[in-house]
Design a protein around this ligand. Structure first.
Ligand code: ZN
Length: 201
């Protein structure tokens, strides 16, 4: 008696319906249509073997789908070009893409292609934070370091620089600490941010 293939899979808290079809194929083929993952597998493949490789395949497709969606609804290019105009010497921006696989940094700017890449999380933050990250990456094309000259240029084109840095430091801290926060403190943080606008007593 053979085991059954699972009918759903959860990746990064997103649950996808899973349709597995054994076929006379050599490789595992995966397609993601909305919330349904269609998988064709070689005839001899066991559910166990599929379970070993499917999460990575599904995660890649899910991130690609999300990236496509984000880039279709947000026009960050206009904002980036507006920021680029504030520099003493004009900077070109050819393209702005949000990415979902950039975990280590907030953004980048290529002096070769003039394309800006932004961490997709930025679009959920206040607009002035994203603007500051764009300005930061553009300023690196003039100063490839964090020297005093870099910061003074950046502050001159983006007055929100220090505020945005502090905001992102807070985000970084919370992201690192979240998993290990005691339940009560975690609930307190959620509760506090629910009542934003109220002055803390
Ligand atoms: Zn930097």
């Amino acid at each position: 008696m053979h085991e059954e293939f699972p009918t759903s899979i959860t990746i990064d808290d997103v649950t996808l319906m899973l349709i597995v079809q054994p076929k006379a194929v050599k490789n595992i083929n995966v397609r993601l249509c909305d919330q349904t993952l269609r998988v064709s597998v070689p005839l001899h493949l066991s559910p166990d073997m599929l379970n070993q490789v499917l999460p990575d395949l599904a995660r890649r497709l899910l991130r690609r789908q999300r990236t496509r969606y984000i880039n279709s609804v947000i026009d960050a290019l206009a904002l980036a070009r507006q920021v680029a105009l504030r520099f003493p010497q004009p900077l070109a921006v050819s393209d702005v893409q949000f990415t979902t696989n950039q975990t280590a940094c907030w953004g980048s700017y290529s002096t070769r292609t003039h394309a800006i890449r932004l961490n997709a999380v930025l679009r959920l933050m206040p607009a002035w934070v994203m603007e500051a990250v764009i300005a930061h990456e553009l300023a690196h094309s003039i100063h490839a370091n964090h020297s005093p000259a870099f910061w003074s240029l950046l502050r001159s084109v983006c007055p929100d620089t220090d505020r945005a840095n502090a905001f992102l430091e807070g985000v970084n801290w919370l992201a690192r600490a979240w998993e290990n926060l005691p339940a009560i403190e975690r609930a307190q943080l959620t509760h506090t941010s629910d009542k934003k606008g109220n002055t803390p007593a």
